[in-house]
Design a binder for this molecule. Structure first.
Ligand code: HEC
Length: 152
């Protein structure tokens, strides 16, 4: 390889590196998606018990519900910076409507927290009580996704 083509190759490498950095998903987006993954994991534990896929276990149900309450208490201020909607960047399904309706979005997050708190009070009280309190939590997931999450 002569000097000129070596330099060209280096330039191309530098450009591709820059481009791949530019496409990196912002940390805030990864953080909020991580919190939703935690929520899905813990809802899944409870959902499997509710559907009879796994045996109801009061301690595990209580732990999963407590995890949901813990996530619901995370301050959301840093997770939703302007310019991280799905029209502006790759790697997110957050609809621009979030930033046009921040009060409503916040209320939907709070509704999830309230339902999770209700679930935590019942999760250890037997399968039927847990199942009855899990439904409203699932409702708050769906209500927010319908309004603010783009379909896959
Ligand atoms: C206040 C609104 C809101 C609530 C409440 C909510 N979600 Fe979401 N969820 C979103 C938004 C917006 C996204 C897209 C985030 C992104 O891609 O940046 C999302 C994404 C997700 C994802 C995909 C995460 C990933 O890997 O990209 C999962 C899973 C998820 N939510 C599960 C849940 C579950 C389970 C609940 C209820 C226990 C819930 N969500 C409640 C708004 C909400």
């Amino acid at each position: 390889m002569n000097t000129r083509s070596a330099l060209t190759a280096m330039t191309i490498m530098a450009l591709t590196t820059t481009a791949s950095f530019a496409q990196d998903v912002p940390a805030a987006v990864e953080a909020r998606q991580g919190q939703f993954k935690l929520m899905a994991l813990n809802v899944g534990v409870l959902g499997n018990m509710a559907r009879g896929n796994t045996a109801y276990d009061a301690n595990q149900a209580t732990a999963a519900a407590a995890n949901l309450v813990a996530v619901s208490m995370l301050d959301q201020s840093f997770h939703w910076p302007e310019g991280t909607d799905e029209m502006s960047i790759e790697g997110t399904r957050a609809l621009p409507a979030i930033w046009e309706n921040t009060a409503d979005f916040g209320m939907k997050w709070q509704a999830f927290g309230a339902a999770a708190t209700g679930l935590a009070a019942e999760a250890g009280n037997g399968l039927d009580a847990m199942r009855a309190a899990l439904g409203p939590v699932g409702g708050t997931c769906g209500a927010c996704h319908d309004a603010y999450r783009a379909p896959q």
